[in-house]
Write a protein that binds this ligand. Structure first.
Ligand code: LMR
Length: 395
């Protein structure tokens, strides 16, 4: 039956992370996967999450299946965080939000829904984009194309080329956008650029699918959602995938959300129905625990405050590490490339290192980056930064 099955070539991020864990070297450094590690190199349990878990431990309840769309209170909390306080009750009714298995689950459910809804559409992702974007949409049956994004000469955005490409995409095609902390480059659009892109999307009747996996790691929770809120305020139909893996450090709980902004509450009801159909055919309904933790934090004012302040301090530590690696590499690599460490934002920097240099970092120095040259700055700390700087300088 399975003689013809080919070997899985591995995933460029997750398989590398597994290789890291199997690497016996003591001084190895994991800058591959998009995970936040604290100043001591540990994966944190956020204080608000821990407190919510203690509280929930005293409230053990039966665990029926959740509704296909997920825990209703959690869905409300997702909505609030993604669309903000300014979103009126009227607008809220136009948005179908459901609980998903992390941000990837949101992309998959959204992709399945769109494939049935807009069968002639193609998908356009940035060049480059998160490796899994192409895979998710291709496996859902889409043709996936790219639009220009990263300028390797300047370390910024090829904005004019991006607009030119968007201008010639046929209407009702799907454009995948990164709300903040662009993965893998760490290069985001500024507000004026977002406004221009959104106007073009509106004019050309494109369908934006916004991936917001890193809300809170760019500027802050509100600023990072600017594109989503601008699209919604302008009444543009769109999809938004969000995740609590990073900003709650709840990677293994698979907590996320998918929101579809529609033109009326009646349309949103029909869309939500089709989304739950996509959930049913994938995994029936989502799990309970992580959603309860996230909801408890977001609906308890003291916990929410604590969560926001810890998230802000995680974000600040990343900025400190950006400057620290910048200083350690000064005079050792060309300035034009060096400046990217402090210009780019979020967890990632596109270092400009080639795949061969990345391979040497791993084999000769035990320093793991993704082969695209993407470095997760959140894996740096005062203990490992000299190893990393020396390794980079030497390759
Ligand atoms: C990453 O980009 O490293 C993370 O989003 C983890 C993943 O699933 O790829």
């Amino acid at each position: 039956m399975f003689e013809h099955v080919k070997a899985f070539p591995g995933d460029p991020i997750l398989s590398l992370n597994e290789d890291f864990h199997d690497d016996p070297r003591d001084n190895k450094v994991n800058l591959s996967i998009g995970i936040y590690f604290d100043a001591y190199g540990n994966l944190p349990v956020m204080a608000a999450v821990r407190d919510a878990e203690y509280a929930l431990a005293g409230e053990i309840e039966p665990r029926p299946y959740l509704p296909m769309a997920g825990l209703p209170d959690y869905r409300d909390a997702v909505h609030q965080l993604v669309f903000g306080n300014a979103c009126s009750a009227h607008t809220k009714q136009r948005i179908a939000t459901l609980q998903t298995l992390g941000g990837s689950g949101a992309l998959k459910v959204g992709a399945d829904f769109l494939r049935r809804t807009l069968p002639d559409a193609q998908v356009w992702i940035s060049d480059p984009s998160w490796e899994n974007h192409r895979v998710v949409f291709e496996r859902a049956g889409f043709i996936v194309n790219t639009y220009p994004y990263y300028d390797s000469a300047t370390g910024g955005v090829r904005f004019a080329a991006m607009l030119d490409a968007l201008r010639v995409i046929s209407h009702r095609h799907i454009v995948l956008l990164h709300a903040c902390c662009h993965n893998p480059t760490g290069v985001d659009l500024d507000r004026n650029q977002w406004r221009e892109v959104i106007s073009l999307i509106e004019k050309k009747e494109l369908l934006p699918f916004v991936d917001m996996a890193y809300q809170g790691f760019g500027m802050d929770l509100e600023d990072d959602a600017f594109a989503v809120r601008e699209l919604t305020a302008r009444g543009i139909s769109c999809l938004v995938a969000n995740s609590f893996s990073k900003n709650f450090a709840l990677y293994g709980e698979r907590c996320g959300g998918l929101s579809v902004v529609c033109q009326s509450d009646e349309e949103a009801t029909r869309v939500l129905g089709q989304l739950t159909g996509a959930v049913r055919s994938n995994y029936s309904n989502p799990p309970t625990y992580g959603a309860k933790v996230v909801h408890r934090v977001l609906c308890t004012p003291a916990l929410q405050e604590s969560w926001k302040s810890e998230l802000a301090s995680m974000c600040r530590r990343i900025t400190v590490m950006r400057h620290a690696i910048y200083e350690r590499l000064q005079g050792r690599i060309p300035d034009a490339i060096l400046s990217r460490y402090i210009q780019q934002r979020g967890m990632f920097t596109y270092t400009g290192l080639s795949a061969e240099q990345v391979d040497r970092l791993r084999t000769e120095h035990g320093v793991y980056l993704v082969r695209s040259g993407r470095m997760c700055i959140a894996g740096l700390n005062e203990q490992n930064i000299h190893v990393v700087a020396n390794a980079i300088a030497s390759v």
